[in-house]
Structure formats: C-alpha cells, structure tokens
Design a protein around this ligand. Structure first.
Ligand code: GCU
Length: 427
C-alpha cells in the first residue's frame, strides 16, 4: 500500500461519505473539564495541577490513547559518527550522532542529524523534530549519511520512483519543509531523526522497530491494551534525543523546542506532554489524535484513524471508535499537558481533514490550565482569520494553504521561540 504522507485520507468512498465537513452538523458535545479531578473535585491551585491533576491527565492519555512507553534504557550510549565544522558552505557545523539504545552497536539505534550555526554563542537553543524521508531528505547537503532503513516508496525531485531503499536521488526531497538556512540564520540549531529509525511508518513496522526490540511485544503478536503504539515509539525517540542533548555542550538542552508535522505533530505533542525537558512544544497540522477536538467529529474521526492506522495508538483507543463522548480526555487536555511551557498549534485552511477549528478550540479550552498556572495562555476567544497568528503562551495560526509545513509556519515558530527564549532577533 502506498501511503502519501500528508495526503487526504481516507481512500475508500464509503469512508469519504462518512466524513463531516459541515460546521452545522458538528454534534453537541461537552468537553471533560481539565481542572476537574477524576474524583470530581476541582483543582484549586497551581500546586494541585502540578502535583495531582497533571499526572492524572497523563495517565488517562497513557491508558486510553497513546499507551505506556518504557523509560530511558540503562545501557544506552551515544557516538558521534561524523562531524564537519564547515558544512553548508561554512555556515554550520554538521554532526551525526548514533544513539545505541541498548549500548550494542548492532542493536536498535537511531541517528540524529544536527546542524549548529557557526559564529553563534554556544550553547545554542535548538529545534528538534522527526522527519518522514530520512535525514538525507531534509537537505541536499551531500555530507549527510544516506539512511539504510526502510523508506516509504515515493518520487524523487526529478519524478522518478524512489523505492524503499534510500538512494542519492532521495537527497533534499523534503528540504522544502526544513528551512535549514533560515533556522541557522536566526541562531538556532536544528536536530532531526528519521522516524523510521524508531519504527517504519506502516502497520507491520513495529516488527523491525523499537517496540519489538525494547517493548512488551512478547511473542511479537500481542501488545497489552495500554502498551505504546507507533506514536509512543516515535515520541520515545525524541526523549532519547533530549538525553543526548543534555550531554552536548554546543546545545542548550534547557531551550529545545520539539516540533512535528501531521502524525509527527501528534508525536511532538505526546513527547512534550510526557517529557517536561522540552521547553516549547509545536504541533503542525496534527489533527485527529493530535490537537483537534475529537468530539467534533469534523474531518478525520477516531474510527477512521484507528482503521487506517491501527498501529498508531494503543489498543484501548479502539474502544472509542464512534464513542468520542466516552473518551475521558480530549485534545485540549493534550495541549494543556504542555503547560506551563509555551505550546504552538498551527492549522492550514485547506487541511479540513485535520479540523482547523477543532485545533483552535483545543488551544482555547487549554487556556484555563495556563491561567491557573499564572500564564497568559491563548488570550483570544475567536478563531483568527487566516495568516494571523494569535496567542501568548499558547500560540495559534491557521495558514492559507494545504496540509504541509511551509516557511510561513517556521517564521511563526522562530518568532515564538525568540519571544519565549528571551531572544531579540526577530526580523
Ligand atoms: C493521514 C492521517 C492523519 C495524519 C497524516 C500524516 O492523513 O489521516 O491523521 O496526520 O496521514 O501523518 O501524514
């Protein structure tokens, strides 16, 4: 099956008919109150959120949505596999770091590609995100090691078919989504990892990914109902990258923004929710299972996502197919798990599948948690017109155009990071 990342799903006509894109047909719903504890009492103050309610919400997400992930493996090691101080025409230092999860060089591993701006005062703040096409796809830099992992078949820039092995033709095929020069010019490092290093992006991918290697896959056929799905595995990899950043004197591990697009936007939200070391959390067009309010049943729904991508969430999540109102959480609570840290949610006008209004509403309904924690949250009641970023500690915009990551999106993320990291280099 050829899945096109970012394409409009679902493929089947029956599913298409079931999809609602009419605001008038959004069912009436009541959101769970993020500030009401499981026992029905109300969270009285910031300490009660921090000490009790935050862990309850996290636990609800673990049990019902993303599943439970293991922690940092005891024997994990890092190895710098390449370093070029004069990459990209002298603009950057390029490092590649192998993370050996069990310490064994022939065991499960991932490769982090890092660009650091030359001339910037170290340690530098950084953006980290998973990529869809292999590290070599984010830039045409010939010094990036070609991934040897399974690749989604697709098309190269010249239109020729790229099969499931990376070739030279794959270089730079995702560069449009990774404006490396812009990020470096603003004084940030960029770190990225191919999501397929953790788990290849197809239903059988777990067999060759870290869930089989490290998880509770048992006989490799059954997962516990609340065991991690693929999104949990991808998010876990981001935390392992953070483990590495804490050891790298060039990177300011206290100023790392985690960013992701689409399924990797859901992943960024989940990584940021679990791992408070990420200082900023950014969701780009994450939609269902990410920043979109699932109770709206607008665009993609729980049933559709669990059918098309049965491996993304934990098995328990399937209980909520067609039963959105029974789910004890909704997307505003995933956004609120970033609190009090800054979180940014971006939608796109033509990405109705991901429900832009539902993404805005998740931000709006996360706002009370931010306010309780003394932050100014979103600060607007109405969804802004296209291309008008809003918000304070919660940022939001809906860009004109399709499901994608564009320079426009990155400019907002850079300005947001500048504001929250106290940097003054916005143009
Ligand atoms: C599909 C899926 C979305 C997902 C996207 C992607 O469109 O329905 O939920 O965000 O794929 O990750 O590419």
């Amino acid at each position: 099956m050829l899945l096109l990342a970012g394409s409009v799903w679902p493929a089947s006509a029956a599913d298409q008919r079931a999809v609602n894109y009419d605001e008038a047909k959004v069912p009436a719903y009541t959101l769970p109150d993020p500030l009401v504890m499981n026992d029905g009492t109300t969270v009285a103050d910031a300490a009660a959120w921090r000490e009790k309610r935050r862990s309850e919400v996290l636990e609800l997400y673990r049990t019902h949505v993303f599943g439970r992930s293991p922690g940092r493996p005891a024997g994990m090691t890092f190895k710098i596999t390449s370093c070029d101080r004069q990459a990209l025409g002298g603009k950057a230092m390029r490092k590649e770091v192998a993370v050996f999860f069990t310490g064994k060089q022939d065991g499960p591993s991932m490769s982090i590609l890092i660009y650091l701006p030359n001339g910037a005062a170290k340690p530098v703040p950084a953006f980290v995100g998973l990529n869809f096409g292999g590290n070599h796809a984010i830039n045409s830099d010939p010094g990036i090691t070609l991934s040897t992992r399974w690749m989604r078949p697709g098309r190269a820039k010249d239109g020729s078919v790229v099969d499931n092995r990376a070739t030279e033709k794959g270089r730079g095929t995702e560069a449009r989504r990774w404006p490396v020069d812009m990020i470096l010019a603003r004084g940030y490092a960029l770190a990225t990892i191919y999501y397929g290093d953790l788990e290849p992006g197809h239903a059988e991918g777990w067999k060759t990914g870290i869930r089989a290697a490290l998880g509770d896959a048992g006989a490799n056929t059954q997962f516990a109902p609340d065991a991690w799905g693929a999104i949990g595995a991808w998010a876990w990899g981001l935390s392992r990258a953070m483990d590495y950043f804490e050891t790298d004197g060039d990177i300011d591990a206290k100023r790392v923004a985690v960013m992701g697009h689409s399924r990797l936007g859901k992943t960024a939200l989940w990584a940021g929710a679990q791992d408070e070391r990420f200082a900023i959390v950014i969701s780009n067009n994450s939609g269902e299972g990410g920043a979109a309010i699932t109770r709206r049943c607008f665009g993609e729904t729980i049933t559709i996502i669990n059918t098309a991508f049965p491996h993304w969430f934990c098995a328990n999540f399937k209980k909520y197919n067609g039963r959105e109102n029974d789910l004890p959480v909704d997307a505003h609570m995933l956004v609120a798990l970033a609190a009090p840290r800054p979180v940014y949610v971006a939608s796109a006008t033509e990405d109705q599948w991901a429900d832009p209004r539902g993404e805005f509403l998740a931000c709006k309904h996360a706002d009370p948690v931010y306010r309780l924690l003394g932050k100014d949250g979103l600060g607007v009641e109405q969804m802004p017109p296209p291309d008008q970023p809003v918000g304070k500690t919660i940022g939001y915009h809906c860009r004109t155009g399709k499901h994608d990551v564009t320079d426009y999106d990155w400019r907002q993320y850079l300005a947001f990071a500048d504001r929250h990291f106290g940097r003054n280099n916005s143009p």
